[in-house]
Design a protein around this ligand. Structure first.
Ligand code: ADP
Ligand code: MG
Length: 358
């Protein structure tokens, strides 16, 4: 017995010479919200469609609620789907759209009426029963699509970029509504998105994909603070990469010798061998920046080449004395530093990660 609602094991999908999905494995626990995150074309939709049963895997196995569904047709998998283009039937009312799946399953009229009312209520659409899709806003149409999936009471809900056709303000509102709804209904959800903000804010865990492969599976905090690869660090948030070679430093911890010869001490989460070519990762918001000379460990000096004011935050591009450009982001209660100023930047070892160069 497994507690997982979804288990994806070594799944591969090839289209001729193209490998769309390349040996992907991950699981989704009961009640968990997991996102598949990655750039366009990395294989997210193909992975989701294999789980749904619309695409046959070339290899690998899929289990839903501990049942092997690899070769079952979609309707036997007890999954709900919400897609990017809501795919509502234009000639049917909201209530008819939501009840259609139940009608196909030959449920009683009373049962269907109850389920429609319930699904419209949880999605905030009570009162819209008799509208046609074209009489609704994009956000409302998307909620109808969600209500239609919920009406079938799926054990697991699969969503493919459900918010990406909405404008930004609506997307943020719908994102919050979705999070509340999922928390309330404790529904197992697998959510596909290319939007890191959506993935980080909605998910218990995120599966980061790149070129058909899984780069990392981790909770949002882990992903951001301890990216396993340069790809993850670059895709999730903004990161400075400083290239150098790994060195052992006092006390058994790791360091990176920059091109300038300067050594920075860091926390290495993955094993790196001394001498190996590595990258030091520094998040822009993890540095302190001052115009007063500072002495000591992990201090870099340079000159501000671009200074930007954004109200709540101040952003700087600094050309380090070693030649690299480092981006820094500080809160507005620090003093604004003008372009051209000489600055000192401190990074605590625990905020500096070393990863191997790929
Ligand atoms: P994503 O959803 O992450 O944008 P997809 O899963 O849609 O990525 O696509 C992954 C790769 O597989 C892409 O290179 C895409 O062109 C290819 N692909 C997807 N579906 C097909 C198909 N039916 N036939 C051929 N190639 C496909
Ligand atoms: Mg897609």
């Amino acid at each position: 017995m497994s507690d997982d609602a979804i288990q994806v094991s070594g799944v591969v999908k090839r289209y001729g010479a193209t490998t769309a999905v390349d040996n992907v494995s991950f699981n989704v626990a009961q009640g968990e919200f997991v996102s598949l995150l990655g750039p366009s074309g990395c294989g997210k939709t193909t992975t989701l469609r294999m789980i749904a049963g619309f695409v046959e895997p070339t290899a690998g196995a899929l289990r839903v609620n501990d049942r092997d569904v690899t070769h079952l047709p979609p309707e036997k998998r007890e999954l709900g789907f919400v897609f990017q283009n809501y795919a509502l039937w234009p000639h049917m009312t909201v209530a008819e759209n939501v009840g259609f799946g139940l009608k196909l399953r030959r449920k009683s009229r009373t049962f269907i009426r109850e389920k429609i009312a319930e699904s419209l209520s949880v999605t905030g659409l009570s009162g819209y029963e008799d509208r046609l899709p074209r009489q609704l806003s994009g956000g409302q149409q998307q909620r109808v699509a969600l209500a239609r999936a919920l009406a079938l009471e799926p054990q697991v809900l699969l969503m493919d970029e459900p918010l990406s056709n909405l404008d930004r303000a609506l997307r943020v509102t719908m994102r919050r509504e979705l999070k509340e709804l999922q928390a309330r209904m404790k529904m197992t959800t697998l959510y596909v998105t290319h939007d890191q903000e959506e993935a980080l804010s909605l998910s218990n865990r995120v599966v980061i994909m790149n070129k058909g492969r899984v780069e990392q599976v981790a909770a949002p905090y882990e992903l951001y603070e301890n990216p396993a690869t340069s790809f993850v660090a670059d895709f999730v948030g903004i990161t400075n990469f400083l290239e150098g070679s790994a060195v052992g430093v006092d006390g058994g911890s790791m360091g990176v010798r920059l091109r300038s010869g300067q050594v920075l001490r860091a926390v290495a989460k993955t094993a790196v061998t001394p001498g190996a070519e590595v990258r030091a990762l520094i998040r822009p918001e993890r540095v302190t920046l001052t115009t007063k000379p500072v002495d000591g460990e992990n201090v870099l000096s340079g000159q501000v080449i671009l200074s930007e004011y954004f109200g709540a935050v101040l952003r700087y591009s600094v050309r380090l004395d070693g030649g690299e450009i480092l981006r820094a982001e500080v809160h507005n209660f620090d003093n604004f530093v003008e372009t051209g100023a000489k600055v000192w930047i401190c990074v605590l070892p625990e905020h500096l990660r070393i990863i191997p160069q790929e």
